[in-house]
Design a protein around this ligand. Structure first.
Ligand code: IMP
Length: 449
């Protein structure tokens, strides 16, 4: 397989975990290039369901090498939990999993800051973060105060942790004054927070254990990747979240703090743009979003939007966050989003997922353009305020009203389902590479990839 980048084309949760799992079969090395344990990839294989947050799902394929790239923010406690769960299920990560010395760490105090910052945001300004410390960890990276995995190998590591806990406690004292929900405290699993303050001794003790457990996995992964490339091995670079959550190209400020788009693959691995042969975009046959922010084709949000079609998508698609368990907002396929994703990522092939969720709709809508202040536009507005004002322009197609999940050949799709797929691809640009019609590894049709 050529060196491939895999990106989400919507607001995350497109079913990337499964597509990565399928493509991994042909790759030698899988590298995760951004995000942290805010993402959750669900993989169902041989009847077992696993949610991976940090370790590339390539770990489930014997003999594949997995790398956590420098663009990731890695919570060591989550990683240890994942390593131990792997081991308990008979998969040994040691010798196959490598973490870059340059990878930034998400510390317990970043999680506390994430929650305290969100609690201080007024209604309408909340981002609906996953509370996993992602924003504060990336903020520490760019303000050049972050701790990298390579620091774990130094004798000064625990002193640095102590210093940082004290700095975080000072920030938390300020955030406590600004909190909106008077009286409530913040909680972070794995440590005690009393009255917005962390205990430095407790935190240092936790990271002393972390250091022992993770040190054997930490290496400079840039030479590892370039050596592999020189040997003709094939590398799969996996992104988390999706294009519309990209810090630059997403619905800012309702975004995550990294670049899920394909450009992030170079920044987050140390491979160059010349090393990328192919970009695969994963897109769902409808749209979902978790957290706050504009969503033009939204139908259902489990709270104050209760459209029946949207509810059917949520239920049939099991639209609950793999990590946070939050219900996802749902709506029709938005081809403006997909076209934009095709452009900013350079998507060659689409992996279209969850087509089977659409089996029960007599009529299906596709958003082909927007109307902004009475004017028809076919591009993605750069401002979240504008995107919140657009009205979707829909095209309607007949549904196929029969089960697709038992189909084993693309040619056997019902003609109306085939027409829907063809139209989505035509509107979105690029070519169809993979069609997914059910959650299991086996329910995947390979077309052009
Ligand atoms: P953060 O990444 O936790 O800072 O959250 C920022 C925004 O990104 C929120 O709207 C989250 O719901 C969203 N987000 C983060 N990770 C994911 C994901 O894996 N899937 C979908 N949305 C996500």
């Amino acid at each position: 397989m050529p060196n491939t980048v895999l990106v989400g084309a919507q607001w995350g949760d497109e079913g990337k975990g499964k597509v990565i799992d399928v493509l991994t079969a042909q790759a030698d090395i899988v590298v995760r290039y951004q995000g942290g344990s805010n993402a959750g990839h669900t993989v169902i294989a041989e009847g077992k369901k696993r949610v991976l947050r940090l370790i590339p799902s390539g770990i489930l394929h014997e003999g594949k090498t997995c790398v956590i790239g420098n663009g990731v923010v890695m919570n060591p406690l989550d990683l240890i939990e994942e390593i131990e769960a792997m081991r308990a299920s008979g998969v040994e990560p040691k010798g196959r999993l490598f973490i870059s010395t340059r990878t930034q760490m998400v510390m317990l105090y970043h999680r506390a800051l994430d929650k305290a910052e969100e609690a201080a945001r007024p209604a309408g300004k909340k981002i609906g973060t996953t509370g996993r410390g992602i924003g504060p960890a990336y903020a520490a990276k760019v303000s050049r105060t972050g701790l990298r995995c390579g620091d774990m190998l130094s004798d000064r590591f625990l002193d640095l942790v102590r210093e940082q806990v004290e700095e975080a406690n000072a920030k938390l004292r300020m955030l406590k004054q600004e909190r909106r929900d008077e009286g409530s405290d913040i909680e972070v699993p794995g440590c005690v927070i009393r009255d917005y303050q962390l205990d430095a001794d407790e935190i240092v003790g936790i990271y002393a254990v972390v250091k022992e457990k993770l040190a054997p996995y930490i290496i400079d992964t840039v030479p590892l990747l370039h050596r592999a490339k020189a040997e003709g091995k094939s590398i799969l670079m996996e992104g988390a979240q999706g294009t519309m959550l990209d810090i630059d190209f997403g619905t800012y400020p309702f975004v995550t703090s990294s670049n899920p788009t394909s450009g992030g693959a170079c920044i987050g691995t140390g491979l160059s743009p010349r090393d990328i042969d192919c970009v695969v975009g994963v897109v769902k046959a409808y749209t979902t979003r978790v957290g706050e922010g504009p969503f033009p084709t939204e139908l259902y949000n489990a709270v104050d939007l209760q459209d029946a079609d949207g509810k059917t998508m949520a239920e049939r698609g099991n639209e609950f966050g793999a990590v946070t368990k939050r219900p996802r907002r749902t709506g029709w396929y938005d081809a403006v989003v997909a076209r934009y994703a095709q452009q900013v990522n350079g998507i060659d092939y689409w992996a279209l997922t969850k087509l089977d969720v659409m089996d029960v709709f007599p009529k299906i809508k596709i958003c082909v353009a927007y109307e902004l202040d009475g004017r028809r536009i076919d591009y993605m507005p750069s401002s979240a305020d504008e995107l919140a004002r657009v009205k979707p322009v829909y095209e309607e197609m007949d549904g196929w009203m029969c089960e697709t999940s038992n189909i084993t050949r693309f040619e056997d799709l019902p003609p109306k389902a085939r027409a829907y797929v063809d139209r989505l691809i035509e509107l979105s640009g690029g070519k169809l590479g993979i069609l997914s019609i059910g959650p299991a590894r086996e329910s995947t049709l390979r077309i052009g990839l």
